[in-house]
Design a protein around this ligand. Structure first.
Ligand SMILES: [Zn+2]
Length: 294
């Protein structure tokens, strides 16, 4: 493993000597994260990292105020918002690795048939990490973070409940979507776990990147995601109960949680419910209800 100490390394000093502001952000990121995770990728990437302030209207995605280009190893941020947005982008820098002449970043990966997967989960988890470790980095961050990938973040929190916080952080920092999918498959099957990742991508693309997002597509995709997670929780509860890891009481708590998830889902969709949607819900509810009964 690469050993790197801030004081002794010329890297940060040389690359960032023209901008004290950026250097401080990078120090702050390292100081907070170095005790928890391996930062080899981060140290490698910051050697050539560029951080450029720009006018907000030139950003590629309208709602975003900053972005990291993995191919050019460049962060663009809206002038005046550095401390609000920089840590999110530095997480992208810390999780970006080269793999067969392509770049992967956190849960964002290249599939065997050369397609990309995991952008939704990756943005949600990046926002979650930023919130977990750097929510106090700017006085306006708390308010701002409520609007940053809120649903993707929520999906990641639910997934952490299934997989474990430490494990999820490790998979993310190692840019290891593969093992995450394998672990999710323990409570489902490989194809469904893969499809779940694609659903989060679909949700993200519809909600975050389109000028006129389709509300029905968003609702339907969200529902499928929640039902998948609910089924996984139920399967996990059954596994734990059957091998006597948890008591009957704990099992009932799991089931109550699953029911709560489904209720929340219905609540979320109240505004958008149409007859077609009701049909979807009925079908999905029955599937999960039957599983609860078994
Ligand atoms: Zn991002």
């Amino acid at each position: 493993m690469e050993k790197w100490r801030i004081k002794q390394s010329p890297v940060v000093k040389d690359e960032f000597d023209d901008s004290v502001e950026y250097k401080q952000c990078i120090y702050d990121f390292i100081n907070k994260m170095k005790h928890k995770h391996d930062l080899s990728a981060f140290y490698r990437n910051i050697k050539t990292l560029e951080i450029i302030p720009i006018d907000k209207f030139k950003l590629p995605i309208q709602s975003a105020s900053a972005g990291y280009n993995i191919d050019f190893n460049t962060i663009l941020y809206e002038e005046g918002r550095l401390n609000i947005d920089i840590m999110h982008e530095l997480f992208h820098v810390a999780t970006t690795k080269e793999l067969d002449d392509r770049f992967i970043s956190g849960f964002y990966q290249i599939t065997d048939n050369n397609k990309t997967i995991g952008i939704g989960l990756n943005e949600g988890y990046t926002a979650l990490m930023d919130e977990r470790y750097f929510i106090d980095y700017d006085p306006n961050k708390l308010e701002n973070s409520k609007n940053v990938y809120s649903i993707e973040k929520y999906i990641c929190i639910l997934l952490e409940g299934l997989i474990g916080e430490e494990e999820m952080e490790d998979y993310y920092m190692d840019a290891n979507l593969h093992d995450l999918v394998v672990e999710i498959s323990e409570y489902s099957d490989r194809r469904s776990a893969h499809y779940f990742i694609q659903l989060v991508d679909k949700y993200y693309k519809e909600r975050e990147t389109k000028k006129h997002p389709n509300a029905l597509t968003i609702c339907r995709t969200y529902s499928k995601i929640i039902y998948f997670i609910a089924e996984c929780y139920l399967t996990k509860a059954k596994m734990l109960y059957n091998n006597r890891t948890i008591s009957r009481e704990d099992y009932e708590t799991y089931v109550d949680y699953v029911k709560w998830l489904l209720d929340q889902n219905l609540h979320y969709h109240k505004i958008f419910r149409s007859r077609k949607m009701s049909k979807d819900f009925d079908g999905l509810n029955k599937t999960v209800e039957n599983k609860i009964k078994k």
